[in-house]
Design a protein around this ligand. Structure first.
Ligand code: DOR
Ligand code: ZN
Length: 345
């Protein structure tokens, strides 16, 4: 197959940041995807419907002329999110989920949840109204090995959560392990997961290839090859519980290449092309459209897109860096190397 035409995809997990940073990365997403679930981990976080409305307007104002991209907003769950905010979110029409960051788990998660029991009333309202909980699924106990945090989270948080709220609609975000894939496959139909392109393409060796590779450091961290293979199997299985979420997470080069570098891979510049490469490597290009364009809107109860994009099997070289902030650049995934699939303009 030399070309592949599919329904235009959506990105069900994206970091757009704000201000000039947002302005510089937004065209990469808007030229590929019709919609994206926009993460709320700004500083300060997007904790209310009013803040989400204002952030949405800033995104729409920053879009390139003529772009029809739609940001799908999320709220950042805190210990104190009132149940009434869930009512407002559900009736807003533009808030499509509430994000659970366990406090301390990742970038800008300090205001996150310190104990899920504090959120019982809010979670009960979400279960009742059908508003999805989007979960960063990592245990935060520093004694837990960094490579085990997702598996421990399933046992200590996810299972008790679903026992208490069996009807809660949950997206297990950016899963990275066979444990998480198996858990989602075995769960009820209200539980789904997003998978990033970098977790389909790379295992943890990529962080240490000939030296420290900060641009391959993200959270949850890359795992060993057996886990990568399990993710590829899940993504290419046709199971509607799995869908595309890039977790493209821009950080300036200086903040990545530092003594304490930020977590996040920037992938929006090739947001669909990298998935095409991963599916092609498994001879599963026929499964890409379901994963990228159908399963997400079906889970979120939104209409599927109607226009199409065409991918071409034609290699292109990723620039070594791209514009980001006045005083820093962005280093995209695969910088200086080839990607085997291109988007037809
Ligand atoms: O690698 C990551 N970067 N993981 C996250 O959970 C957050 C994200 C970010 O915002 O930079
Ligand atoms: Zn993320």
């Amino acid at each position: 197959m030399q070309t592949l035409t599919i329904t235009r995809p959506d990105d069900w997990h994206l970091h757009l940041r704000d201000g000039d940073a947002m302005k510089s990365v937004l065209p990469d997403t808007a030229s590929r995807f019709a919609r994206a679930i926009v993460m709320p981990n700004l500083k300060p976080p997007v904790t209310t419907v009013a803040l989400a409305a204002a952030y949405r307007q800033r995104i729409l104002s920053a879009l390139p002329a003529g772009a029809s991209f739609q940001p799908l907003m999320t709220l950042y769950l805190t210990d104190n999110t009132p149940a009434a905010e869930i009512d407002a979110a559900q009736s807003s029409g533009f808030v499509h989920g509430v994000k659970l960051y366990p406090a301390g788990a990742t970038t800008n998660s300090d205001a996150g949840v310190t104990g899920l029991a504090k959120c019982d009333a809010t979670l009960a309202r979400m279960e009742k109204l059908g508003l999805p909980l989007l979960v960063h699924g990592e245990a935060t106990d520093p004694a837990v090995d960094v490579f085990d945090r997702e598996a421990v989270f399933i046992d200590t948080v996810m299972l008790p959560l679903l026992k208490k709220f069996p009807g809660l609609r949950v997206v297990f975000e950016h899963i990275t392990t066979k444990d998480a894939a198996d858990f989602v496959i075995g769960a009820t139909s209200n539980v789904a997961a997003t998978i990033t392109a970098h977790h389909l393409l790379l295992n943890r060796n990529a962080m240490f290839q000939g030296g420290m590779r900060p641009h391959h450091y993200c959270l949850p961290v890359l795992k060993r090859e057996t886990h990568r293979q399990a993710l590829v199997k899940a993504a290419t299985s046709g199971n509607p519980k799995f869908f595309l979420g890039t977790d493209s997470a821009p950080h300036g080069k200086r903040t990545k290449e530092a003594a304490c570098g930020c977590a996040g891979c920037y992938t929006a510049h090739a947001g669909i092309e990298l998935y095409a490469e991963a599916f092609d490597a498994s001879s599963a290009l026929d499964k890409l459209e379901g994963f990228a364009s159908f399963h997400g809107p079906d889970f979120y109860r939104l209409a599927r897109n109607t226009d199409r994009i065409t991918l071409i099997r034609k290699a292109w070289q990723v620039p070594t860096e791209q514009a980001f902030l006045a005083d820093d650049v962005l280093v995209p995934l695969r910088n200086g190397e080839n990607i085997a699939w291109s988007l037809q303009e």
